[in-house]
Design a protein around this ligand. Structure first.
Ligand SMILES: [Zn+2]
Length: 216
């Protein structure tokens, strides 16, 4: 099987357990062996085997990273304060960090070492390139297609719309006319995208990183 071919249909179905909603960044645990991620709290104690690779011991790392969690908690505070423009801008920054994380993990699963991964991320900074070129070249699927298969068909479209609104807002200038301010409802939409991004990227991780189909 080539690296770009689709995983066989006989692979086990996803058994991803989502973390409960707590009003904060969700807490997931990651298998250090295969990268599988679950919100099942039993998984963190190190006595339950990984559903993917069966490994029992090893310290489970928490996911998302502390850096993301700190940004998440600030976003939620701005949201409580009703500062929807800051919410939109920071959610877009967080989603880009989460995307960079998943691309890095998929490249790692392909065997790319750190200098190579760093070079790719440093030279391919545009989000459109990361979604439109890097993701499909690593997974053999368009980002939109993968999101739809995992139950998040609207996510890529809504994310793109919000990026465009954010860009129009940030790059507003006296030379290109008056741009509408970001609407308060966009803060609400951004918070929905934020919550969805965690579950979508955990699903993508378990599909494109943990199942290891890209390694053969
Ligand atoms: Zn595992």
């Amino acid at each position: 099987m080539s690296k770009k071919s689709r995983p066989p249909k006989s692979r086990p179905p996803h058994r991803t357990v989502f973390a409960p909603e707590t009003g904060e960044a969700p807490l997931y645990w990651e298998c250090p062996e295969c990268g599988y991620i679950t919100g099942d709290p039993q998984f963190m104690d190190g006595s339950h085997p990984c559903p993917f690779c069966g490994k029992v011991d090893g310290e489970r790392r928490s996911y998302p990273t502390d850096r993301i969690r700190r940004l998440d908690s600030r976003i939620r505070q701005y949201n409580r304060d009703g500062d929807h423009e800051i919410v939109v801008i920071l959610v877009m920054a967080l989603l880009e960090a989460v995307l960079e994380d998943i691309l890095d993990r998929i490249m790692d699963a392909h065997g790319a070492d750190l200098p190579l991964r760093r070079m790719v991320m440093d030279t391919q900074r545009a989000i459109g390139t990361r979604i439109g070129k890097i993701f499909p070249s690593l997974t053999g699927e368009e980002f939109e297609e993968a999101a739809a298969e995992l139950g998040y068909r609207d996510f890529p479209y809504r994310w793109r719309e919000m990026r465009e609104a954010r860009n129009a807002f940030i790059h507003d200038s006296p030379f290109n006319g008056v741009k509408e301010a970001l609407q308060p409802s966009m803060g609400h939409d951004a918070m929905e995208l934020l919550d969805q991004s965690y579950t979508l990227f955990v699903l993508m991780n378990n599909r494109f990183v943990a199942d290891g189909f890209s390694k053969d």
